[in-house]
Design a protein around this ligand. Sequence first.
Ligand code: SF4
Length: 339
Amino acid sequence: MAKKIKAIGLLSGGLDSVLACALIKEQGIEVTGLLIRTGFTDHKEVSADGKRSVEDTAKALGVKFRIENIQEEYWDTLLYPKYGYGKNVNPCLDCHLHMIRVAARVMKEEGADFVFTGEVVGQRPKSQLAHQMKIALQESGIEGKLLRPLSALCLEPTIPELEGLVDRNKLKGFQGRGRTPQLSLAKELGVEELAVAAGGNCYLIVPEYGDRVKDLLDQYGKDDFPRKDAPLLRIGRHFRISENAKLVISRDESEYHLLQPYISGRYFFEIKNVIGGIAIGSGEFSKKDMELASRLLGRYSKAKPDEEIQVHVILNENTWDINCTPLSADDLLISDMRI
Ligand code: SF4
């Protein structure tokens, strides 16, 4: 009996990765959709109706599914990218290379014949420019076994094509940023709904998240970057109070609960006489910083503009009581401090 041809395809749930999986599967090849979690993506609920996960997409495509969590090792890629960042703190080329290396390992573990991705030549400014794709090939360690089914006809044939494992004539030659060919292909392959509905979200390309990462890099540097604070960067309103003092204020009750795990070892601010959120402070707060933080917390409370608020501050065994008035909503200090 002929050996089953196997392939590992990076599956983020986005349109191009779905199309690549569908194209390769169409050739009778056993596909494993590989979702790589960097710790900076949200793949749990990505469909338009919030109900379909990437695993559901893999099932609907009829391919196997595997998740690789690379959170720990990914920090080096994020903090020390060889090829630098994109517009925000997105180290896309390094990230892509990292993922290809993971896929190469999975390829060996699964006894697969090749790896493929949904990349399209010239689609994105950083990782998908043709010459950078070439670098990725050379550095991936699986040169010749990395196939891009959507752009294959614009690239040199890969080993699986040359060996006849994959029919090159059934691959595509998409290039550039246009989406029309992909949408037509999605229709042709009957994966329109999946492709439209799914997609992974990477926080690193979100400007607000990037600004918060950069702010922490300024405070702590790369080597001492507080890695455990990465999820905190998605919660609450963030303010730089002074060079060494940073404040996060909850926006609603759900964030009140989400901030709880971060209280230990940090400054905790709570208004005693008026309804409002809570705030946590990292770094070192002088008395002046504490007062400013309290006034800021007051700004987001139910206190009237001139009403005196009583803020209780705790840090480990130490406590402070601060009486002050809230900053007014249009105070320019607020936008200056906002991260
Ligand atoms: S957008 Fe995010 S996940 Fe995608 S390559 Fe860039 S850094 Fe990696």
